[in-house]
Design a protein around this ligand. Structure first.
Ligand code: NAG
Ligand code: NAG
Ligand code: NAG
Ligand code: NAG
Ligand code: NAG
Length: 587
């Protein structure tokens, strides 16, 4: 084996020299986001950290396995894999490892670390080496006034022989995406302050979603997490003040239990405060972790940083709330497909990932002059995450019915096909598929009398969001100051996440496995008629394109599932009842 490896290495190095170049991400949009400027070329010796996403094995099997462990009618339901088992399934082949390593070593790249699943390789090298390795790349330094980044606006090629073994290289093109949290305070406070506004506090959220004082975590090893990707830090003191002001009616932790990454900021970020304060309000008394992925090196991609971290940690919280997204059309196919596999990897381990659906409604993109389409948001559009949309109170003075928040992100993916769990309601009974009537997406499309023009969306794509929660007028405490009018699906996501963490808590107490990837279960519930698990949001439309054809409107809410608020907002006691089941025995 050793001798053969040696021979292979020699033969590879010869191949590499003569091999032609291949662009790995020709479709990645490379532009400097608003607010960033180019400062200049990096110097040849500046250190660059590149992340190589190595081709995995058995990704078909991974997908199959995910469907089984997430389907309550399968014998495999809840039989999650450990990180070791996952590694054995998907780790790259010997050949992949050998070819990539040889390529790197031939360029003098040695300072690399890998993850437990062996499918990511992070390597430090000088800028001059990086530019030789990635033919065509040209690294520059950029700044937004607060921090600097190293990126290449020019596309990169790698040798054809190596390209077969690498999905993409991280740390080259993508800038951190924009923050999704919206503070309306400074914009609207003047006219809002005139009339008293209720504002959303933990007590309001808990009352609306029917959480009583005893609905808090009590299982010792339960846990939940939020992840941050900008210079977002939270302060333990903010949490303390927040809970003193707003947390008197329920048992809660007073501290974040664990911070992964650095917390060097002096000022706390709105997003970080919001996420931590609200996941700990619905997921009361549950241990909470904060993943702080500011991008520790100028050439890192913070989101990718978090994804690779998941593959390197065997003990990790069950539920993750993530308020982060980019326009699908700005990202390369190779990148989105690979990140989607990373979500499957999380799902087979029993992790639940919730993403904010975005704050631009259906989004809008100009295809060519005068021709628009909607612009879906990724990862919200991934079939393997649970996406959370936004609502507001119909009457802001009362804790009652919710309506669509017009910013609530939603629509249909242009990249990912509609997954089985959305196509129709399939209950697998032994070997017989019982097809119930189209309950979710197709039923919406049939039912709606007026839909946006067909050219604006991909009717066969993964439709989102899956669920929703309040997204308007939250109170938070930030840098010791209570701040009202915080809005966005960034608020909805930690609220819903805390509720799923609480349901996990009850499941663990009954000896049941974690919810894991919960969408197949959520969509199958509704096949049995309205189960009462959700408050259906039936009125209002979200934003779309400001053009004559659509007049600013995207999709509209309707009874049952819709691409604005999904199934609706959680009615905790009923949702708990519906989700407190193990494998369902078929008759
Ligand atoms: C790898 O590179 C980093 C960044 O330049 C440096 O801090 C570290 O010491 C290097 N490790 C080795 C083993 O050379
Ligand atoms: C993964 O964890 C191991 C052991 O804790 C560490 O040595 C390695 O550097 C980590 N990998 C990355 C890419 O950070
Ligand atoms: C939950 O809340 C709704 C509306 O606030 C209420 O009508 C209902 O009775 C509550 N309880 C349960 C168990 O659903
Ligand atoms: C919690 O985890 C620890 C360490 O993994 C384990 O020893 C303990 O038994 C667990 N407790 C429960 C209640 O499962
Ligand atoms: C739906 O109802 C059927 C018949 O009552 C039952 O067998 C099935 O388990 C239910 N599905 C879920 C997901 O609760």
């Amino acid at each position: 084996m050793a001798a053969r490896g040696c021979l292979l290495a020699i033969c590879i190095s010869r191949v590499l020299i003569s091999s032609r170049g291949v662009f790995l991400e020709p479709d990645q949009k490379v532009s400097v986001p608003i607010g960033w400027i180019q400062v200049g070329r990096v110097s040849a010796s500046d250190q660059i950290l590149l992340t190589f996403a190595l081709k995995q094995q058995n990704t078909d099997k991974l997908q199959e396995l995910l469907e089984q462990v997430s389907d309550p009618h399968s014998l495999q339901y809840g039989k999650y894999l450990s990180l070791d088992q996952l590694s054995s399934l998907i780790q790259p082949s010997e050949e992949t490892l050998k070819i990539v390593w040889t390529w790197l070593r031939n360029h003098g790249v040695q300072n690399c670390s890998t993850v437990q699943t062996s499918d990511f390789l992070k390597c430090f090298m000088s800028a001059s080496t990086a530019e030789k390795l990635l033919t065509g790349s040209k690294f520059n330094r950029f700044t937004d006034g607060h921090r600097t980044l190293i990126r290449s606006l020019a596309k990169y090629e790698i040798p054809e022989e190596v390209a077969k073994h690498v999905d993409f290289v991280g740390g080259v093109h993508r800038f951190p995406s924009k923050n999704t949290v919206i503070s309306k305070a400074w914009k609207t406070s003047r006219h809002r302050i005139a009339g008293f506004h209720l504002g959303v506090t933990p007590a309001v959220v808990r009352k609306r979603y029917n959480l009583t004082a005893s609905d808090v975590g009590s299982y010792e090893n339960n846990s939940q997490a939020v992840a941050q990707f900008l210079e977002q830090y939270f302060h333990q003191m903010d949490l303390t003040v927040f809970m003193q002001l707003f947390g008197r009616s329920f048992v809660h932790h007073t501290k974040v239990d664990k911070v992964i990454g650095c917390q060097r900021g002096i000022k706390a970020g709105l997003e970080a405060s919001l996420d931590v304060e609200y996941i700990m309000s619905t997921g009361g008394n549950i241990a909470t972790w904060v993943f702080s992925n500011g991008g520790r090196h100028e050439s890192q991609e913070p989101f990718l940083e978090w994804m690779t971290l998941l593959s390197n940690m065997s003990a990790i919280p069950w539920v993750h709330s993530i308020s982060y997204g980019d326009d699908e059309d700005s990202l390369s196919m190779a990148y989105m497909k690979r990140i989607n596999i990373e979500f499957m990897k999380a799902g087979v381990r029993g992790l639940t990932l919730l993403f904010a659906s975005g704050d631009d409604g259906a989004g809008c993109r100009e295809v060519r002059k005068g021709v628009n389409t909607f612009d879906p948001n990724f990862p919200a559009s991934s079939p393997y995450v649970t996406t959370v949309g936004g609502t507001s109170f119909k009457n802001p003075f009362q804790i009652t019915a919710e309506v669509t928040d017009y910013i609530s992100g939603g629509g249909f993916s242009n990249v990912f096909r509609m997954p089985n769990y959305q196509l129709s309601n399939q209950l697998v009974t032994g070997l017989i598929f019982v097809l119930l009537k189209d309950v979710a997406v197709k039923s919406y499309l049939k039912r709606m009398k007026s839909l946006p023009p067909a050219s604006y969306y991909n009717v066969n794509g993964r439709a989102y969001p899956d669920v929703a929660a309040l997204s308007d007028n939250y109170w938070i405490v930030n840098n010791l100051i209570p701040i009202p009018w915080i809005s966005g699906t960034s608020a909805s996501t930690p609220v819903f996440s805390g509720i799923l963490a609480l349901i996990n808590d009850r499941r663990f107490q009954k000896g049941l496995p974690a919810l894991g990837f919960v969408n197949p279960l959520l969509y199958s519930l509704q096949g049995n008629g309205t189960s009462g698990a959700f408050f259906d949001v039936t009125t209002g439309c979200h934003l779309g394109c400001l053009d004559e054809k659509t007049e600013g409107q995207g999709f509209c809410a309707s009874p049952s599932w819709d691409p604005v608020t999904g199934w609706g907002t959680p009615n905790y006691p009923e949702l708990l009842k519906a989700l407190l089941l193990g494998k369902v025995d078929d008759p």
